[in-house]
Design a binder for this molecule. Structure first.
Ligand code: PEP
Ligand code: MN
Length: 347
């Protein structure tokens, strides 16, 4: 039985016409599962404060009980990732590179591993410019099945070589749980893309690994849904999660996606996890990547993930938004100078 002086986890609001029997039925059901219900009878409405284990209460279908009007949770539906229960910011460290709590991560690289030289050239350029990790897609989630889908396992070998040469940790996407072993063998940080943000089996799969996870927000997902997706990973035991705002679908067509920078500020309040921004996929075109990257730093992001290519006009994927490697040094300086001005250290 839950203790009498504990605070309720849920408020169960009974309908105006609910009978005392219906209220008693709800309380009896709470008691049956080892919880408790504290009844407050108002002139119009009766409210039951449910006290007990949060997970247990969340699993009860209380909304369907006769006479129940609404069930209002008192605490957030996510808990492992919530700041309310773990106020200290999490720092994700990979091979001495850090993201979070004052450390700004600069993750850069090609959208896609196209061929060995393209990736190695990009890796060298971004390493020289001070990038802290190398990104590059081996398995690509493409809207059209007729476009380049990535080199797959061969790309992983190229990424391995790029890490060996530059020392940069590798961030690459896991698209299919059947590739978990091969991808995790090379990835230092495993990316879950926007399209898979609510692929709950994939989330659980990476939750059972010991690699940090870069979880991108779905283009139509709310902030709460992103946090619940992170909770799926954390629940399996892996709490090394980096969240990423990459733009959402709105009525606005002038950018590829609407970069929701407000969500970064909200996420920083809601969670102890580091939050980064992908200005490349939101912008869709190169000229906008720098202003969005600067805005990300200014709003308090813990880093950015950005695409670069030696010859973007030849890129097999996302050419218009990739920064030419020849210009990457200047780009990186602009963003990291601003982050430094805001008190961040480059991770
Ligand atoms: C990517 O980063 O390569 C990518 C495909 O991004 P998103 O999942 O955000 O579309
Ligand atoms: Mn891309």
């Amino acid at each position: 039985m839950a203790t009498r002086n504990a605070s309720p986890e849920l408020l169960i609001v009974m309908a105006a016409g609910a009978t005392p029997d219906q209220t008693e039925h709800v309380v009896a059901r709470l008691q049956e599962v080892g919880a408790d219900g504290r009844v407050s009878r108002g002139r119009e409405v009766t409210v039951i404060g449910a006290i007990g284990e949060r997970d247990l209460l969340a699993g009860l279908p209380l909304e369907g009980y006769p006479g129940v009007e609404r069930v209002l949770p008192i605490l957030k539906p996510y808990k492992l990732v919530a700041r309310e229960l773990a106020p200290d910011p999490t720092v994700i460290e990979v091979d001495g590179r850090r993201i979070g709590d004052g450390y700004f991560g600069l993750i850069a690289g090609p959208c896609t591993v196209e061929y060995r030289e393209q990736t190695l050239e990009t890796a060298r350029a971004v390493a020289d410019a001070g990038a802290t990790m190398l990104r590059g897609g081996a398995f690509k989630p493409r809207t059209s099945p007729y476009t380049f889908q990535g080199l797959g396992l061969d790309a992983l070998e190229v990424l391995r070589e790029a890490r060996d040469e530059t020392g940069l940790p590798i961030v690459t996407e896991l698209l299919d749980p059947r590739h978990v072993e091969e991808v995790l063998d090379v990835a230092d940080v495993v990316q879950i893309g926007a399209r898979n943000m609510q692929n709950f089996l994939l989330l659980a799969e990476v939750g059972r690994t010991d690699k940090p996870v870069l979880l991108k927000r779905g283009a139509s997902a709310s902030v709460e849904e992103l946090l619940m997706a992170a909770e799926y990973v954390a629940k399996e035991g892996n709490e090394r999660i980096i969240l990423c705002e990459r733009g959402i679908k709105t009525f606005e067509r002038s950018l590829r996606f609407t970069l929701d920078l407000g969500s970064v500020a909200v996420l920083k309040e809601e969670t102890h996890l580091p939050v980064i921004v992908d200005p490349s996929h939101a912008a869709g075109r190169r000229a906008l990547v720098l202003p969005l990257a600067r805005a990300a730093a200014a709003v308090g992001a813990d880093g950015i993930i950005v695409e670069a290519h030696p010859r973007p006009e030849e890129a097999l994927c996302d050419g218009p938004q990739q920064i030419p490697t020849a210009e990457f040094g200047a780009f990186a300086r602009e963003v990291t100078d601003l982050a430094a001005l805001l008190g961040k250290q480059i991770g």
